[in-house]
Design a protein around this ligand. Structure first.
Ligand SMILES: Cc1cc2nc3c(=O)[nH]c(=O)nc-3n(C[C@H](O)[C@H](O)[C@H](O)COP(=O)(O)OP(=O)(O)OC[C@H]3O[C@@H](n4cnc5c(N)ncnc54)[C@H](O)[C@@H]3O)c2cc1C
Ligand code: FES
Length: 275
């Protein structure tokens, strides 16, 4: 959607179900996404309570014809309000925003080499966008290229079964060891003996930095989806900048980019991680 105006639609809520503790899946009636949407993009949800002016960005978890699924955690007033919306309610939602994962680059780099593996590395609320990403990769890549999801949670897990529909394996880590591997995503990746030839990551910044550093050290390509606090969500307020390394004439080592418009997905080796 870069370069084009964001549109705001009135969508009907089809479902808003709790799928884990404080985690909800909202399904929206959403026409006309097919030509616009890329995995890793997000929408902005405008709350019906007008005292909360700023929209809430939420990643696209799954898009089907005429329907959009979003998975969100209750963290504050806005997401608390969202959890109370019922099927039949109308909500204002922007068209998919930002740039998603570059699936073409993955397909080009891995070609038809069936010995290759793509790893989807995600933690917590970084897991939802992996579902639509896995689905898109299944369409875009050589069928024999392996797709492995390595996903981490604090304790309660969600979306594992959904990911299993598209991934060859779904490896789960929990911080407290209640399910799967006891530890974090990077520790699990290492325990599995470095399974990937291309990494796609989404999750908390420390996790993204750790996985990105690991890939850079091993010279493995990685795309990461960053999350910053957002104001407008479409490039007007400069509230969501991050630093991206860039060679330029002024010999400035990095450029400020907007996560909402230039991202949220960037190459891991280009992100300046240290604040
Ligand atoms: C690109 C992107 C994709 C996201 N995808 C998801 C997702 O799929 N599922 C999910 O649960 N959450 C996601 N988030 C985080 C989600 O936007 C925040 O949890 C939510 O905005 C919090 O709103 P609140 O009113 O409950 O919290 P409050 O803390 O009360 O929010 C106050 C203000 O800060 C902003 N804000 C708070 N936390 C964040 C945050 N982490 N990122 C951006 N803005 C924030 C809110 O939009 C609001 O304007 C995403 C954020 C971004 C930037
Ligand atoms: S949120 Fe306003 S510029 Fe990114």
């Amino acid at each position: 959607m870069t370069g084009s105006e964001s549109r705001i639609l009135e969508s009907k809520i089809l479902g808003n179900d709790q799928i884990a503790r404080e985690i909800y899946c909202m399904t929206l009636e959403y026409e006309g996404w097919e030509s616009e949407m890329k995995p890793g993009q997000f929408v902005n949800l405008y709350l019906n309570d007008k005292s909360m002016i700023l929209p809430r960005p939420v990643s696209i978890c799954e898009a089907e014809k005429g329907k959009l699924a979003l998975v969100y955690r209750i963290v504050g007033k806005g997401t608390e309000a969202l959890s109370s919306y019922a099927p039949g309610d109308i909500i204002r939602v922007s068209t998919p925003l930002g740039n998603g994962y570059d699936v073409t680059d993955i397909a080009l780099r891995l070609g038809t080499d069936s010995s290759k593996t793509i790893v989807l590395a995600a933690g917590g609320l970084g897991v939802p966008p992996m579902l639509e990403l896995a689905k898109s990769l299944r369409k875009a890549i050589e069928p024999n290229i392996k797709l492995t999801a390595v996903i981490g949670f604090q304790d309660e897990v969600f979306l594992c079964e959904e990911l299993e529909q598209y991934c060859d394996s779904v490896l789960v880590a929990t911080d407290n060891g209640s399910k799967g591997f006891h530890g974090n995503v990077l520790e699990l990746m290492k325990a599995e003996g470095d399974p990937g030839d291309y990494y796609l990551a989404c999750g908390p910044k420390p996790m993204l930095k750790a996985v990105s550093d690991y890939c850079v050290e091993k010279n493995i390509p990685i795309q990461v989806s960053l999350e910053e606090r957002m104001g407008c969500g479409y490039g007007a307020c400069v509230g969501c900048t991050c630093r991206i390394k860039e060679e330029n004439d002024e010999k400035v080592p990095f450029k400020l980019k907007k996560v909402c418009k230039d991202g949220p997905v960037f190459r891991g080796n280009e992100v300046v991680w240290d604040d």
